[in-house]
Design a binder for this molecule. Structure first.
Ligand code: ADP
Length: 226
C-alpha cells in the first residue's frame, strides 16, 4: 500500500512542486501517472524512494511511516521499491548478468544465491540469450529489460517505471508495457509514468493526472488527457 496524505513539496527556491497531494494505491494495483513536463511526477517518485522529503504531509508505504523511518532503514525501503528510468542507467562495463547481479551484490547476497536468482529473472524478462552481452551490444528494448531485471531481482513489492518507453520505438515500447503487465499479474504493484497517449488509453487501467503539483483527475479506467 502507498499512502500520501496532503503532501506538499516546496523546493528551496520556493518552487511548489506538489501541493496537497493525497493518493492511495492498493497492493497489486497498476497505476499510470500522467502530467505535462514540470507537473510534479518526478518529485512524487523521488518522495517515494525517499530522495526527497515533503515540506508537509504524510507518506506511508507498506508498514513504513516515512516520518519515523530511521536512516539505517532507508536501504531496506529502497529494496522494497524497484525503479527503472527512461535512460536505463546501466553500467556500461558490465554484462547484462553482471548489471543484474550487482544489485544483489550490494545488498550482500551470496554468490550461490546470485547464480540462482539472476538467470531466473533474465528468463522472466526474455533476456537469457543476452546474458553475456554488454549494454552497447543491446537494443533499447533489451537495455530496458535489463534495467527491469535489475529492479526486480531484489523482489520489490513496488516497481516504479519512470517514462520507461521514452527512448523506445513503438514495438519495443509495447513489449516493455506487456512486461510490466506481466510483472503486475505476478503481484507487484506497478507505478508507471508516461507521455504516451496510445499506451495509456489502451491500458484501461487507473490513471492519475497531475497538473501543476495537484491531482486533477484520478480514474479507475482512465484516459490520457492533458
Ligand atoms: P515532472 O517530473 O512532472 O516533469 P518535476 O517533479 O520534475 O516535474 O518538477 C515539478 C516542479 O518543480 C517544476 O516546476 C520544476 O521546475 C521544479 N523542480 C524540480 N526539481 C527541482 C529542484 N531540485 N529545485 C527546484 N525546483 C525543482
Amino acid at each position: 500500500m502507498i499512502l500520501l496524505d496532503r503532501v506538499s513539496v516546496m523546493y528551496p527556491n520556493k518552487t511548489v512542486a506538489l501541493s496537497g497531494v493525497s493518493l492511495h494505491i492498493n497492493p497489486k494495483e497498476f497505476v499510470t501517472i500522467v502530467g505535462a513536463s514540470g507537473a510534479g511526477k518526478s518529485t512524487l517518485i523521488r518522495l517515494l524512494i525517499k530522495e526527497e522529503v515533503p515540506t508537509s504531509g504524510k507518506i506511508i508505504v507498506g508498514s513504513i511511516d516515512y516520518d519515523t523511518i530511521d536512516k539505517a532503514n532507508i536501504p531496506h525501503l529502497r529494496r522494497r521499491i524497484g525503479v527503472v528510468f527512461q535512460d536505463f542507467k546501466l553500467l556500461p562495463n558490465m554484462t547484462v548478468f553482471e548489471n543484474v547481479a550487482f544489485a544483489l551484490e550490494v545488498s550482500g547476497v551470496s554468490n550461490r544465491e546470485i547464480k540462482r536468482a539472476v538467470p531466473k529473472i533474465l528468463q522472466l524478462v526474455g533476456l537469457s540469450e543476452k546474458m553475456h552481452s554488454y549494454p552497447s551490444e543491446l537494443s533499447g528494448g533489451e537495455k530496458q529489460r535489463t534495467a527491469i531485471a535489475r529492479a526486480l531481482v531484489r523482489n520489490p513489492k513496488i516497481l516504479i517505471a519512470d517514462e520507461p518507453t521514452g527512448n523506445l520505438d513503438p514495438k519495443n515500447s509495447w513489449d516493455i508495457i506487456e512486461l510490466l503487465l506481466k510483472i503486475n499479474r505476478f503481484g507487484t504493484t506497478v507505478l508507471l509514468t508516461t507521455h504516451n497517449k496510445e499506451i495509456v488509453d489502451a491500458l484501461k487501467k487507473r490513471v492519475v493526472t497531475i497538473n501543476r503539483g495537484r491531482i486533477i483527475k484520478d480514474e479507475k479506467i482512465g484516459k490520457y488527457s492533458l
